[in-house]
Design a protein around this ligand. Structure first.
Ligand SMILES: Cc1ncc(COP(=O)(O)O)c(C=O)c1O
Length: 394
């Protein structure tokens, strides 16, 4: 006898267990809700409010009646704004037929994977990787082959390992570039070498590029800028981090036109258009020519320098200066503790919440991640407490 109710395979592939990646963060936020004074560095949320012009545009747009059904693949104004924005990184024209508006990069990853891969297919994904993508991968039914990002390589992938991981069923290589949680940013040559693997084996190269605005020294190269690979690269973007607009759910994909059109069909089926006034607000944000993200980057860099100054010199922990992004990885292996144990004990002893990264993939073991999205003084105070706690262990 069959058991009822019965759900679709796609639904049953999703886990309904709480994601272990957020265990410490959840504990910390529960304790904050209960009135405890904790410095929470375990989530990647910018502390800045969105640009004032964006907030003003929300009101103005609603007043103009922009509260109706919208074009399935994105409204003209925002699509053109995304084209202009992405063209700067791409160094080539990005045309509206390459763009799909998605409510956030998370959904863009979902839509693109559902368009590109399914059960029976495989893809290659370096680990550790951004934990919320686990469920997206499960939903698609794709099998995942991981390649390790090792601390001793600065968490850069070894291209020969990507090549060796390709199998007959492999359809895509998926990168987060710059990387969360590790802060690694690949150079143009590394990206081109990975793209060459994709070309040789006829794979898509998909990159989540949501931290592209926050590079600390080196030059950021988008996969859109790789010459000769225009027909196989898919870049995902968002205003969540760059314009501190996480709750707006404003993201996009840029892909070769034929693929973009396929993904657009899925968008129409699934979303039937996204909120008009949110898209208008996004167009206003992007019209600043990147001024807001540049200021955010400068702020994060200032904080990064201060955090590094507090943590460097400890013999118990090793802070790893990120090349980009909004996080700092701290190698806590010299303390002899597992990362989760370290995080839990730190939370109790010093009331600072950090994220153990082993749940982002085994190569993240022995490290915790802290966010730079926190007021300068609180962040420095948290760094002091982390060091005090670690040094006392040693
Ligand atoms: C690597 C990465 N991709 C995507 C997202 C989510 O982006 P969005 O808010 O646009 O869905 C995050 C948020 O932390 C992230 O770190």
């Amino acid at each position: 006898m069959s058991a009822f109710p019965r759900y679709a395979d796609l639904s049953m592939r999703l886990s309904d267990e709480p994601d272990p990646a957020w265990r410490v963060h959840q504990l910390a936020t529960d304790r904050v809700a209960a009135g405890e004074d904790i410095i929470v560095l375990s989530i990647g949320e910018p502390d800045a409010p969105p640009p004032p012009a964006v907030l003003a545009e929300i009101e103005a747009s609603i007043a103009r009646g922009r509260t109706r059904y919208a074009a399935a693949r994105g409204e003209d104004a925002v699509v053109h704004a995304i084209c202009a924005y992405a063209a700067r990184d791409a160094g080539r024209p990005i045309t509206p037929d390459m763009v799909n508006f998605f409510p956030g990069a998370q959904t863009a990853m979902f839509g693109m994977l559902m368009t590109l891969v399914g059960p029976g297919d495989r893809l290659i994904l370096p680990e550790p990787f951004y934990a919320p993508y686990t469920q997206v991968l499960r939903a698609s039914g794709v099998a995942v082959d991981h390649v390790p990002l090792r601390p001793e390589d600065g968490f850069h992938p070894r291209v020969e390992e990507i090549r060796a991981a390709v199998r007959p069923e492999t359809r895509a290589v998926v990168l987060t570039h710059p990387h969360n949680p590790t802060g690694a940013m690949l150079g143009k040559d590394e990206l081109a070498a990975i793209a060459a693997v994709c070309r040789d084996h006829d794979l898509w190269l998909v990159a989540d590029e949501v931290y592209g605005e926050f590079a600390y020294g080196g030059e950021y190269t988008s996969i859109l800028a790789l010459e000769g690979f225009e027909d196989r690269v898919v870049s995902l973007g968002t205003l969540s981090k760059s314009y501190a607009m996480t709750g707006f759910r404003h993201g996009w994909s840029i892909a070769p036109p034929a693929l973009a059109a396929r993904a657009g069909v899925l968008l129409e089926a699934m979303l039937f258009g996204c909120v008009q006034f949110i898209q208008d607000a996004g167009a206003v944000a992007l019209a600043d020519g990147g001024a807001f993200p540049r200021a955010e980057r400068d702020k994060y860099l200032r904080r990064l320098d201060r955090v590094m100054a507090e943590l460097e010199g400890s013999t118990a922990i090793l802070p790893r200066r990120p090349e980009a992004g909004m996080f700092v990885m701290i190698d806590i292996r010299p303390t002899g503790l597992e990362a989760e144990d370290f995080a839990l004990r730190l939370l109790d002893a010093e009331r600072v919440s950090v994220l153990p990264t082993h749940t982002f993939g085994p190569s993240g073991a022995g490290h915790v991640r802290i966010s730079l999205g926190m007021d300068d003084e609180l962040l420095v105070e948290a760094a002091r407490r982390i060091r005090r706690f670690a040094d006392a262990l040693a």
